[in-house]
Design a protein around this ligand. Sequence first.
Ligand code: AGP
Length: 600
Amino acid sequence: MCGITGYVGTEDGIPIVQETLRNLEYRGYDSAGVAVNDGDVAVYKQAGQVEDLTVPATSAASCAIGHTRWSTHGEPTDDNAHPHTDCSGRIAVVHNGIIDNYDDLRAELSDRHTFTSDTDTEVVPHLLEEELTPDATLQEAFERVLERLEGSYALAATARGHEGIVGARQDSPLVVGHADGGHFLASDVPAFVEYTRDVTYLEDGDVVHLTDDDVSVFSDGRPVQRDRRTVEWDAQAAEKGGYDHYMLKEIHEQPQALRQALSGRIDELGGDVELDLSLPPEFVESVEEIQIVACGTSYHASLYAKELLERYADVRVTTSIASEYEFSGGRDPWSTLVVAVTQSGETADTLGALRRANAAGARTLAVTNTVGSTVTRETDETVYIRAGPEIGVAATKTFASQVVTLTLLSVWFGRRRGSLDSETAAEVLSGLQRVPGAVQQVLDQDARVRDVAREYADEEAFFFVGRDLGRPVALEGALKLKEISYDHAEGFAAGELKHGPLALVTPETAVIAVLTDGGAPEKTLKAVKEVDSRGASVLGVSSADDAEKYLDTMLSVPEVGVAEPVVANVYLQLFAYHVADLKDRAIDKPRNLAKSVTVE
Ligand code: AGP
């Protein structure tokens, strides 16, 4: 997720666009850039923070666009920073999202255009260069370019000899700000809320043309009116998108984050997955063991992945808490793949485990959220989860994105090892594609979950139980609750309750059960009956309506197959959030914890 911004008005554009970029820096910060248009176009961009950006202090240009980047394609370098230009430098473009068909477009353009970056975005200015003929307006040329693009995008562009800025929105937010003497365009309101609270939210498919005194919105080439409204947030609240905490904002970002994780990676017809991995085919076919190392939430995502890799890729998989990991010798290290799962890419325990695996001669792969992080420089291969920056210390959207990305990886391996047929793969992938919508259905129950949290908040202890794919989610649900509410919470394999923990169950204990497809609901229900008979309050997150008679409270999970537990987990995230909020905890920065634990 990146931040894009633009200004057209009567003031000098450079300082204003720089200020709007500083306001968007929470969205991404590995590179930044500005393009100004005073009749001609000049671009200033580089890797690093917004304040490191070297631009003239002032300019005669009252039209400018800007970008702060969280990389999804290409390392954070000066060349990969936005804005990107056409060959002549007369067109500048900034982009947030992923252009799924950029490979094909780049192949088509590369014989007549010079590309200077590794990004998907750069195809846009070169396409615009071809469409912006002398008789075409910038908006007409831009609309013809949009017809060639597949994927998600919020775009802004400006061009020499053309007035103002054009923008477009498809699956990535874009909002207009109406100020005295000018107009703003940005990914998010925080960019310009200090200048104006008078906004127009664009809709998917909209194209907008801004000048200093006009805003025109088009849909399917026809002028449309979009409502103007006044936002009530202050700048600090606006960074949280109107949510009280980053954690809640990030929980609600999951549908978009998951679409990014899936974008351009699923071949539905072929029942296959494309992950830009260059593991040798003979290695993929012969690998004897996959060892996954991770910590905390990432470890729980790894437990989920283990089940799916063993099921689809027919390979032995071990999962280790990174701080406990030693490369298990006796096997041919070269026939072992060690996978480091870490959203930050900087966790010292995970890097330590990875270095032990490298020293032993294993082949290594990183699954991470952070382009250019240390883990990407110390592994042979990297797969990105593309969740965008996660500010809250408690991992939320990155867990879901890790699980979905690791599910894609298990299908990728299964198809290349011949252990997963295309029909079964297509079924799994079809279920994955329904996950963002299913998660949105759960998010729509946020108010109901708050009421449930209010009922359970004063329980003395919380036991989360699940089986199969429900067990990692039970562990994750317990971690989420304990780390932000400071309540005693533990996750168990549901079958383990009767082997000891049941002794702790009293009428003051809350039991939260994961009862979904993929989570052996019938067997988990046995554990529910064990605790129900001891008077505990039982909350079930379930896709099985017949479970309701055994539960004090049921939260319904949409049916999406093996991904149901990860959808159920969104209820557990909301539950943890609201219990902690009702106790007025420091939710985004819980005591004693850090977002990235860079010490062993
Ligand atoms: C989970 O909510 C915590 N933030 C913590 O357990 C975290 O998952 C763990 O420290 C691993 O971080 P990483 O994914 O960046 O390696």
